[in-house]
Design a protein around this ligand. Sequence first.
Ligand code: CA
Length: 222
Amino acid sequence: MARILIVEDEERIASFVAKGLTAEGHRATVATDGRTGLDEALADGVDLVVLDIGLPDLDGFTLLAQLRAQGSRVPVIVLTARDSVTDTVSALEGGADDYMAKPFRYAELSARIKLRLRQAADREAEVSGSLTAGGVVLDQRTRRATVAGRQVDLSAREYALAETFLVNAGQVLSREQLLDQVWGLDFDPGSNVVDVYVGYLRRKFGAEAISTVRGMGYRFNR
Ligand code: CA
C-alpha cells in the first residue's frame, strides 16, 4: 500500500483516479487547488503525487518547482493536455518523473505509478543498505519483505530463498545451487521442493519476478 496524493481540480478525473487507486489497495487523497496540493505533497508519508497542470491558486509547474526547491524527491507524475507537448517537456525539465496525456485510461496511469513506486523503493533500499531487485526489498535486520512498498510476510524458508535470489539477481541459479544454499545438502536432489517454493515466492512477489530458464534453473529479475 502506498499513499498517493492527487492534485487535480476536475472532480470527475480526481475521483476516478482515487477510486482506481483505492481498489488497488492504496490510500488516495485529493487536493483540488495548488496551494493545498503543495502543503500536502510536502507532508511526511506521501509516496507519489499525481499532478495536474491547470490548477487554481498555484499551477502545477510552480507547485513542482517549489516542491523540488524544498528538497522533496517524491515521485511526481504530471497530467497534461494531449496537445501540450511544450507543457510536457517543461514538466519533465522541472523535475517531474513522468507524464500522462489527458484523456488517459486508468490502466496506463496505474502501470506508470507502479513503475515509479518500484524505482523509488529500489532507491530507498540502496540508501538503507537493504537487499533489493525488481521492486522487492528485503530488510536483512528485520527479515521483512516489501513489494512496491507493500509489506508481505515470508516464512523462514521463503526468506532464505528470496535472499539467495536477491543476492544473485539477474543470474541463473540451478535447482541444485538453490537446494544447496537454502536447504543444505541433506535433501534428495530429485525433490521438487525448490519448484514448490519458487511458486510460493511468485505468488507473493508477482509471477514476473522469477523467470524459469529452461533446462538451467531460475532467475530473479532486476
Ligand atoms: Ca485542471
